[in-house]
Design a binder for this molecule. Structure first.
Ligand code: PEP
Ligand code: MG
Length: 584
């Protein structure tokens, strides 16, 4: 039966494929395809892992102290039984044989299948055995990790995943795969940049949550905030993701499938058409040149920015260099190299690097402290986190200043609000220069900018304009903090409104204040990449937009059609309306 689940549209396009359910805790299990001639050795790896775990559990059981509670020995017996379970073993084998999944992936896929069956059991005792099954699979995964498949390379994964997208749907083993998970952290998402997946679905997350932002940068269809998709979907179900409408269709009928295959082709034709604008200068009908910059997460994203003729990087979210490293932060040299790679990648164009913005929905590592507080978005985040650890912050500032000797670096500070914070930040930057002088290390000149993403900052323009060379409006947070809406919480997503009059007023006033002071103001939040808002932002005086490379051509198309002189009065009317959305 066809079922539609509604969520939030975060990354456009349509993907059609088979669901791969992955528990949030098992996202970092290796997922890659093996070659057909590796099936036997992969099954052997599984059998060896099972034998090793079997031996380990037997040893545990046989060496239990005499006074150990009897339940412990019963528990180990259950684990031994589960290790021999035919459904687990046969199921895992068939993922390897039929789908060419690597052993770890096959094991976690089958775990999802069997776990569902446990969930549906009437008998509470049996239902609770799901926990045991999970423990057994964890042991097996640990064992496999100790004996990795040496043939596995990312190139192999990449080759296979690229090939898949071109194949007809009815070639079973090669149907594209859609990752379905209850939740994915931004770092998990980043890990999927080179992955086999053609689309993503999560139960939680808001439209501008960082997971959604990374999904958008991958340029594959994604729907977040579905609340229950991971419960309704089964491993291997056929699924359609409509990333434009925010809908996930489970088990589509042939008619629906045909319709979406058609829509998908249409979307590809539209994209192809847009790509012709690549080398057209972004100039409005009345001759205003508009700066279209790229947002990137990693230095390797630079080619995608150049591909669409971005004139620089307007936001390099440097925190992605810091995440998912078990707390081992990158040292000065590693950061320096990464910033230089971004500069080289941009071939002489300016690169605006934001200092680390950890916290809220961007924890350093899964389950790490920064996300644990009651209100993480209001806690020790972004510049607050940096100022709380001056040694870490100075390391980053030195790396940035050194990179500035290799190209045009602008340093952008996130989430500033107080004069005191501004003073501390800038004096640490001076201190970093002194440290480099003392070490006789070369560094270059930088422009310094502040993100305007807290209403308090937007309402303190003279202070910010006195201290900074440029401003960048972070609308994602500005909306979150103006409307008191957690941007990562799907239950309040309907209240997250970029067109709320208060939000527009803060944006308009910031742009105007920057213009009057002769300083550059850009928008680097998701609003900048929404083509439906381009005309409004132009009308409000914005001349610099920074967005995912994937959005640049669609926004450029709007710029080319716009007559700014005519948009100004209209934008003022929108600004004064109670319900601006009605005028857009
Ligand atoms: C923003 O808040 O708009 C922004 C660009 O920063 P981030 O999304 O990383 O918080
Ligand atoms: Mg922000």
């Amino acid at each position: 039966m066809t079922l539609a689940v509604h969520g939030l549209a975060v990354a456009r396009g349509i993907a059609i494929g088979r669901a791969v359910l992955i528990a949030s805790s098992r996202v970092d299990v290796a997922h890659y395809f093996i070659e057909a001639d590796q099936v036997e050795s992969e099954i052997r790896r599984l059998a060896q892992a099972r034998d090793a775990v079997n031996e380990e559990v037997q040893r545990l059981r046989d060496t239990l102290p005499k006074d150990a509670p009897p339940e412990l020995s019963a528990l180990l017996e259950v684990h031994l039984m589960l290790l021999q379970d035919e459904m687990l073993e046969e199921g895992v084998k068939s993922w390897v044989q039929d789908r060419l999944y690597n052993a770890e992936w096959a094991l976690s896929s089958q775990l999802e299948v069997v776990a569902r069956q446990f969930d549906e059991m009437e008998d509470p005792y049996l239902r609770e055995r799901k926990g045991d099954l999970e423990q057994v699979v964890e042991r097996l995964l640990r064992e496999l990790k100790g004996h990795p498949d040496l043939m596995a390379t990312s190139a192999q994964t990449q080759r296979r995943s690229t090939r898949q997208h071109d194949l007809p749907l009815d070639e079973q083993a090669d149907v594209p795969l859609i990752l379905v998970s209850h939740d994915l952290s931004p770092a998990d998402m980043l890990q999927f940049k080179q992955s086999v997946f053609a689309g993503f679905v999560t139960d939680v997350g808001g439209k501008t949550s960082h997971t959604a932002i990374v999904a958008r940068s991958l340029d594959i269809p994604a729907v977040v905030g579905t609340r229950q998709a991971s419960q309704l979907l089964r491993q291997d179900d056929m699924v359609i993701i409509d990333g434009d409408a925010g809908v996930v269709i489970i088990d589509p009928s042939p008619i629906i499938l045909d319709e979406y295959v058609f829509k998908k082709r249409q979307a590809e034709i539209d994209r192809e058409r847009l790509s012709r604008l690549r080398h057209t200068p972004a100039v409005t009908l009345d001759g205003q040149r508009i700066e279209l910059l790229a947002n990137i997460e990693m230095p390797d994203d630079a080619p995608a920015a150049l591909e669409v003729s971005a004139v620089g990087v307007g936001l390099f979210r440097s925190e992605f260099l810091f995440m998912g490293r078990d707390g081992h932060l990158p040292d000065e040299e590693e950061q320096f190299q990464a910033y230089c790679r971004a500069l080289e990648g941009m071939q002489g164009l300016p690169v605006t690097i934001r200092t680390v913005d950890i916290g809220a929905d961007k924890p350093l590592d899964k389950g790490s402290r920064e996300g644990d507080h009651l209100n993480p978005a209001l806690g020790l985040r972004a510049i607050r986190w940096s100022l709380a650890d001056p040694a870490m912050f100075l390391t980053q500032l030195r790396a940035l200043l050194r990179a500035a000797a290799r190209g045009q670096v602008n340093i952008l500070f996130p989430m500033l609000a107080h004069a005191r914070e501004i003073r501390q930040t800038l004096s640490l930057l001076d201190h970093a220069r002194v440290q480099l002088d003392n070490r006789c290390l070369a560094y270059g000149p930088v422009k310094v900018g502040a993100m305007i993403e807290i209403p308090a900052a937007a309402l303190s323009m003279p202070l910010f304009l006195r201290h900074f060379d440029f401003l960048s409006i972070g609308t994602n947070d500005l909306i979150q903090y103006t409307l008191a809406i957690d941007r990562a919480d799907e239950s309040v997503a309907h209240l997250y409104d970029p067109l709320h009059p208060a939000v527009l007023r803060l944006i308009a006033d910031t742009i105007r204040a920057g213009q009057q002071a002769g300083k550059s103001v850009s928008v680097c939040g998701e609003m900048a990449g929404d083509p439906q808002l381009t005309r409004l932002l132009l009308g409000l005086g914005l001349r610099s937009f920074s967005m995912h490379p994937t959005q640049i051509l669609a926004v450029k198309q709007e710029v080319l059609r716009a007559d700014v002189a005519k948009l100004t009065d209209w934008a003022q009317r929108v600004l004064e309306a109670d319900d601006p959305a009605k005028l857009i």
